[in-house]
Design a protein around this ligand. Structure first.
Ligand code: ATP
Ligand code: MG
Length: 236
């Protein structure tokens, strides 16, 4: 497999002590709100890539072996401030970057990230964090080879979330920032704030926006074509 990374760029200074040479794989990021269909698409993309002979690895938020459990417990107990929660998530991200993303890229894997620093930054910024501080915090991150943002209308998001769970998620409804006491209302307001932040980031980071209001199949087809353009496909 020849998936030579042309571009081992970091947003700022790479993680110290981390061997970042010869990152041969590709880092593909799928961003999108809660219930936007990321898992559905990633599962299909993974299966398709593996079928073509690519080794794949999956990462996502709150999945580090270092702090994911503790972060979940702290969120349940509602004991974190906006800043300490943000830093907890940053730790979770740094651990996965160091121990999963970079080693997998060195081994030539296609790494698919179910969300990346953009969601983390948007969440912090809508909670009042200083934009420059947040950018500097995540400047340790590796610039992905491609970022796809699955944009789904808040109405569709509500429907898809209810398909999965009878209740909305407290944090993804922004209940902690007090937009409304009504969870449904709060969800709509919070998702609009996050979407506005993504629009701002889109100009800066140049995501590819995918219209996520369409059928699973239509979205999967577009994603495959776009991923194909990013990785070197084996000759048939
Ligand atoms: N394009 C689509 N059209 C209609 N329903 C969809 C579409 N994609 C996914 N769904 C459905 O919406 C729900 C949420 O999808 P999925 O779990 O893939 O989203 P997610 O972004 O991974 O959510 P979470 O943020 O909870 O991890 C599921 O019930 C799924 O079957
Ligand atoms: Mg999911």
């Amino acid at each position: 497999m020849s998936t030579t990374r042309k571009n081992n760029r970091f947003f700022g200074t790479p993680l110290p002590g981390c061997d970042t040479s010869k990152l041969q794989g590709k880092l593909i990021v799928l961003e999108g709100a809660d219930g936007s269909g990321r898992s559905t698409q990633i599962e299909m993309l993974n299966a398709w890539l593996e079928n073509l002979g690519f080794a794949t690895a999956s990462v996502g938020l709150k999945r580090s072996t270092l702090v994911a459990e503790e972060l979940e417990a702290a969120q349940q107990g509602n004991i974190l401030s906006h800043t300490t929660r943000g830093l907890f998530y940053a730790t979770d991200f740094a651990d996965q970057l160091e121990n999963q993303i970079i080693p997998a890229l060195r081994a030539g894997f296609v790494v698919i990230a179910d969300r990346y620093i953009y969601t983390l930054m948007a969440r912090d910024i809508v909670r009042g964090a200083n934009r420059e501080w947040v950018k500097s915090l995540y400047s340790i991150a590796l610039v992905p080879d491609a970022v796809f943002y699955l944009r789904v209308s808040p109405q569709q998001l509500i429907e898809r979330n209810f398909k999965k769970n009878p209740t909305l998620n407290y944090w993804e409804s922004g209940m902690d920032i007090g937009g409304s006491r009504d969870m449904f209302d709060s969800f709509m307001k919070y998702q609009r704030l996050i979407q506005a932040e993504f629009r701002t980031m889109q100009t800066e980071y140049g995501f590819e926006v995918i219209n996520g209001n369409r059928s699973t199949r239509a979205i999967a087809g577009e994603l495959r074509a776009k991923v194909q353009a990013v990785i070197d496909m084996p000759k048939p």
